[in-house]
Design a binder for this molecule. Structure first.
Ligand SMILES: NC(=O)c1ccc[n+]([C@@H]2O[C@H](COP(=O)([O-])OP(=O)(O)OC[C@H]3O[C@@H](n4cnc5c(N)ncnc54)[C@H](O)[C@@H]3O)[C@@H](O)[C@H]2O)c1
Length: 329
């Protein structure tokens, strides 16, 4: 039986929908530290304990799963407490904000091998991307473009502008970087990043709000990713995967596969679900499957999460050092 607690009730309420009632799992506690939200939660969830002190969760022996949906700079300390008090962990991306923190998490998990962790990288459960992954002929790919266009610039000016180490790479780009590494089942060797804050420099958001990354993979394959938190657009994940004989595309006008027939270029519309919000629950539910049934395979391993974080840290380092970075795994 899974007895869960959730910290933070923004996206945390999506975690609630994924967990509560799934395979005998129940959310017992929601922790929120905003007074107004606490009052609303108490009215909405009458059978669930609403608390404001996260330590109540860790001391509660009944809780065996904690879902961390607090601000990015809380994740690391909450992960450490979960491990100390032997609770499995669902953590929103990014799981932490520095390489030192990442290595500490790795070390603590190694000492506590029964504790499982998943970071909520929801694009891996998206119907369109699952099907594109099946269609890609990895050996024929020579170039990929992937754009995370946030379309929610106003969010930068809330808690994201107040926390010390906020990074648009870790907050936005991470989704596309994970998507590409997962589709290709490969790790980039080098990254060079370029960024600006043209749109946001006169606001309270003092970090870079637009970033372009050039990733170099083996055999000279190149991937360009953007983390675009500044642009005016609908929230969207644009993608173009170029192979020798075909191109797969997800654009605002639809998703397509282009093929060559002689000298003619033909295209076919792909009818997979996008944005496919209902399937976002699948990542968390698959994680619960792995807790209940040891034979279930996790959609994302800790090793994948660790490598992804290393790539993100290297990408941000390239901005600071203004040079190409060799990514060490
Ligand atoms: N996977 C995704 O696609 C995705 C999407 C959005 C946000 N996120 C991540 O989710 C996290 C939360 O973002 P959000 O958009 O839900 O923010 P939000 O501001 O909408 O909600 C966060 C809530 O958590 C509460 N909170 C923060 N720290 C807390 C603590 N220590 N104890 C109790 N309550 C606490 C806040 O009061 C707030 O109500 C962030 O890490 C963000 O990066 C992930």
């Amino acid at each position: 039986m899974i007895n869960a607690a959730i910290i933070g009730s923004g996206i945390g309420l999506k975690h609630f929908e994924a967990i509560h009632g799934y395979r005998n799992s129940k959310v017992r506690i929601i922790c929120e530290n905003n007074y107004k939200k606490i009052q609303e939660l108490k009215l909405r969830f009458r059978n669930i304990k609403i608390i404001s002190d996260e330590n109540e969760i860790f001391k509660n022996k009944e809780i065996n799963l904690v879902s961390i949906a607090s601000y990015d700079d809380n994740h690391f300390s909450q992960i450490k407490k979960c491990i100390k008090y032997k609770k499995h962990i669902i953590v929103e991306k990014p799981m932490c904000l520095s390489l030192e923190q990442l290595n500490q998490i790795k070390h603590l998990l190694k000492k506590n091998p029964k504790i499982k962790i998943i970071s909520n990288l929801v694009l891996r459960a998206n119907s369109l991307f699952v099907n594109l992954k099946k269609k890609v002929n990895i050996d024929e790919v020579f170039y990929i473009e992937a754009d995370y266009i946030w379309g929610r610039r106003q969010k930068l000016f809330q808690w994201r502008s107040k926390i010390k180490n906020y990074s648009v790479t870790l907050g936005a780009g991470i989704h596309m970087i994970d998507l590409i590494m997962w589709i290709l089942n490969k790790k980039p060797l080098y990254v060079t990043s370029y960024s600006n804050s043209i749109v946001t420099k006169k606001t309270n958001f003092k970090k870079q709000s637009f970033i372009v990354y050039i990733f170099e993979f083996s055999k000279n394959m190149i991937v360009k990713i953007t983390a675009n938190a500044a642009g005016v657009y609908k929230h969207f994940h644009e993608l173009k995967i170029f192979e020798k004989k075909k191109t797969l595309v997800n654009s605002y006008l639809g998703s397509y596969m282009f093929n060559k027939k002689g000298i003619e270029t033909q295209f076919k519309k792909l009818d997979y679900e996008y944005p496919d919000k209902t399937n976002r629950k699948k990542l968390i539910q698959n994680f619960i499957d792995t807790l209940i049934d040891k034979r279930s395979n996790s959609i994302i391993s800790f090793k994948d999460q660790y490598n992804l974080m290393k790539v993100c840290f290297a990408a941000d380092r390239s901005i600071v050092l203004k040079k190409k970075i060799k990514i060490r795994y």
